[in-house]
Ligand binder design. Sequence first.
Ligand code: NAP
Length: 255
Amino acid sequence: MLANKTGLIVGVANKRSIAWAIAQAATAAGARLALTYQGERLEENVRELCGGLSDPLVLPLDVTDDGQIVRVFEEIDRSFGGLDFLVHGAAFAPRDELTNPFVQTSREGFKTALDVSAYSLIALSRGALPLMERRGGGSILTLTYLGSERVFHNYNVMGVAKAALESTVRYLAADLGPKNIRVNAISAGPIKTLASAGVSGFSSILQIYRDRAPLRRTVDTAEVADAAMFLLSGAGRAVTAEVLMVDGGYHATGM
Ligand code: NAP
């Protein structure tokens, strides 16, 4: 599905990361990848994981740093000469913002959550634009959660950031569509990862999905990655500005 395609994957922390499952599926589908890691803490992890990929480009990237974003795309341009797809899997909110009552959300915490989790999609899309134009188009995919439209206990400012992210998807899709660049999101059901472990009470959210989702189970990262292959490949060529729910149908439940 992705033979002769090149992609950038942002947001791999470890083998449990949703972005890592997407990287594995994209590699199996024939893509050549650039992956980024945030800070030295994760470099070894990501380099070790990438050992199994074919000739990957591994680069540092903090998505709040415009200089690093520029350097990532310069390096991709030098090595790949263009880019076909981008997967945005970065999200962060300071721990206090995920434990304190929502009304206590700080200005700084709000800025950080929105900057890392939503604005970064705009900055990365801008960097990808000239490389995708050179390929005659591209596909951009981000990861979101139902907390953007419904209240989940302790998800707090991250829900607000996801609402901004989903709106950003629609505005980017409208802006970049004439250049044949599609922009979509997958709204994944809850999965145990480093990021989700920061949301207190996360295990009880998992149990509620098992009890109430139409499929009576949670989803795994490989299932999210399969849906990602649809949106990143030609199979999804007419789909843009979409938030695809990959959550066992939980979003449709009332009680
Ligand atoms: P994850 O493995 O912890 O991935 C999140 C990634 O974002 C980490 O690699 C993290 O690095 C990175 N990140 C944070 N701040 C960054 C920055 N300033 N620059 C660059 N990268 C940064 O968790 P995940 O669950 O797979 O999350 C991936 C995406 O899926 C997120 O957008 C998340 O909201 C979304 N999602 C997750 C679930 C779920 O239940 N797990 C459900 C729906 C949607 P650090 O570890 O260094 O912070």
